[in-house]
Design a protein around this ligand. Structure first.
Ligand code: FMN
Length: 237
């Protein structure tokens, strides 16, 4: 294994941080690494808002009460962004319609690739972090706090800092349950049960529900309304 793959395989989300800051030059490297990710047609259809003020972190934490947000030295808010494309349309006096699921996939995938680059860069420098997608449950308020204009929406944030916890790497699905040769291979409930057992063994006494129960909870109800609302408000749906 080379150093890059070792780093990827050692990933574990960090949700508790020391009261130490990330020097500006390290943050700069993390952001440059984020920007180096591949993107659809090299559009970079995302923006990153760097949040370091206590005021903004507190406001975000009130909406999404997760300790990682308040403890983190830095929050990177990843925004799906077709606003710059609207300026290109203005430049060329072209019509502009950013509505639609394909455009949402373009910006969400671009943001995710940049986010993963940022996470790996941060980990390579000795920091830790966690993606926080739950901010989308308050997407309208998040958009307001961070002044998100038309054609933009919050995708996730990453809370970053100096780790104050060190959990072992979480088990993943067995390779043959998500990597298929030449064609899709639908799985049975046996796959789910087998992975429940693996997750249960990992979590031990900390486990409150089965891995499959978390999945069930995610999909048993209609989706939360805020993401759609912000997309409609900002002219993306
Ligand atoms: C898009 C995305 C959103 C996430 N949102 C949250 C979140 O809101 N809160 C949280 O504690 N973890 C969140 N996570 C972290 C996952 O729970 C975590 O990556 C997963 O359990 C695997 O654990 P690991 O990263 O430690 O390997 C998110 C991860 C991703 C990729």
């Amino acid at each position: 294994m080379n150093e890059s793959i070792k780093l990827m395989m050692a990933h574990s989300s960090v949700r508790r941080f020391k009261d130490e800051s990330i020097p500006d030059e390290d943050l700069q490297k993390i952001l440059e690494a984020a920007g180096a990710a591949s993107s659809w047609k090299n559009f970079q259809s995302y923006s990153i808002i760097v949040v370091r003020s206590e005021e903004k972190k507190r406001a975000l934490c009130e909406l999404t009460p997760q300790p990682a947000i308040i403890q983190a030295d830095t929050i990177l808010l990843f925004v799906g962004d077709h606003n710059r494309a609207s300026k290109a349309a203005e430049l060329h006096s072209a019509t502009f319609d950013a509505k639609g699921t394909e455009n949402l996939l373009i910006s969400s995938v671009d943001a995710a690739l940049a986010g993963q680059n940022a996470m790996l860069a941060a980990e390579s420098l000795g920091y830790g972090g966690v993606f926080i997608g739950m901010i989308r449950h308050s997407a309208l308020a998040v958009a307001e706090i961070f002044n998100l204009p038309d054609y933009t929406y919050p995708v996730f944030c990453i809370a970053l800092g100096v780790p104050n916890q060190n959990f072992p790497v979480k088990p993943r699905l067995a390779l043959d349950t998500f990597v298929f040769q030449e064609e899709y291979k639908e799985q049975t409930v046996d796959t789910i049960e087998a992975h429940d057992a693996i997750q249960t063994e990992y979590a031990g006494a900390r486990q409150t529900e089965l891995w499959s129960e978390r999945l069930v909870n995610q999909f048993k109800e209609t989706e939360q309304p805020e993401t759609k609302a912000v997309l409609e408000k900002n002219k993306l749906l």
